[in-house]
Design a protein around this ligand. Sequence first.
Ligand code: SF4
Ligand code: SF4
Ligand code: F3S
Length: 400
Amino acid sequence: MDINTMSRSGTFGSYLTRNDISRRSFLKICSTFASLLALPSDALPALSEKLRQATRPSVIWLSFQECTGCTESLTRSHAPTIEDLIFNFISLDYHHTLQAAAGEAAEAARLTTMKQFFGQYLLIVDGSIPIGNGGVYSTIAGKTNLEILKECTVGAKAVIALGSCAAFGGLPAASPNPTGATDVATLMNNGLIAKKTLVNLPGCPPLPIAISSVLAHFLAFDRFPALDDLNRPLSFYGNTVHERCSRYHFYQQEKFVERFDDEGAQKGWCLYKLGCKGPTTYNACSVYKWNQQTSSPIDSGHPCLGCSEPGFWDLGGFYRSLDDVAVSGQRGNNKADTEEGQLLYEDNCVYCHSIDPSKFATEADKISELLRSGNIRSHRRLEFTDDQLNILDKYLKSIK
Ligand code: SF4
Ligand code: SF4
Ligand code: F3S
């Protein structure tokens, strides 16, 4: 039996029977999915019936410019979980990281799946796609990532962009984006790949339960759940992290952590002043959490970095409070120069100095003078132009 015929055999119902999952447990799982997907209560019988009858979908999973975190997030969950159930059921015919096949055999599996299930397979993409310099920054079997994605998108029934890299460019697209890292939606909108039904599941990495629920919905109803204007499922990305945060009552009482080691940190107060981006970040990690739903960044004492929002690496510093980020562009008389100065500071200086330029030990007046002098050995690699030094100077003085 070839791999694809074997992988397509059986329904989800027969798979459950083979794995000794009782009807009662199955209904419990369906009811969890229904609540995760915010389906109306009368949709539960239809969900369970259709899910039981669903056949194994063929899935091609492409990993491009990524860190493996998205795959790790989904495969490191401990059995038995709902994620296991769904992932063991789908027919993962090609996965860059998990497949046993290598070289020509792996490429043959991809081409066979594309041909045999043309128009039916689900395409999952993690990682961004580098299109700078003709795509030379990442190639597989002699093909650029864009070429492979283009080939695979044509026959896909639908596409899931998994993780912030695939959904919004993520870390590889952070300024100055040397590889021309691009997300799936942009490539579709610019006509560089075929336009297909697309769901974005951002997060760095995304919640495992978000992808298994979206897959369950796709299996049962042959379509994705309701999406927002950034193609994210509303059931998971319809609310901010802040709205459902366990520290929200401290925010209301204005009890804020000021330092990672202060009394407020020990008492679990609100992390707003440490730069928490929960109020502007749409994700469900306050509710569904990680590591078998035991914890989330905020639960473990770290502010939300806004990892599921577009461009989160370049949005003004992880540890700057939203108040500072919001007013920074208005400081000084010349807004454009000030913004440019802030960018210069964030792109260069924060690697060694405080994210808050007002905490700079050297007098603002002296900084550009010192940089111009070339006397500071560690700064010689910073090749600012004269204009840039003037702008940086103006920015630092406006902060001081
Ligand atoms: Fe890694 Fe984050 Fe990109 Fe996923 S979204 S591949 S975890 S950097
Ligand atoms: Fe909001 Fe962050 Fe404070 Fe939670 S810790 S209440 S998300 S600001
Ligand atoms: Fe990301 Fe913030 Fe959740 S950093 S994992 S969206 S708490």
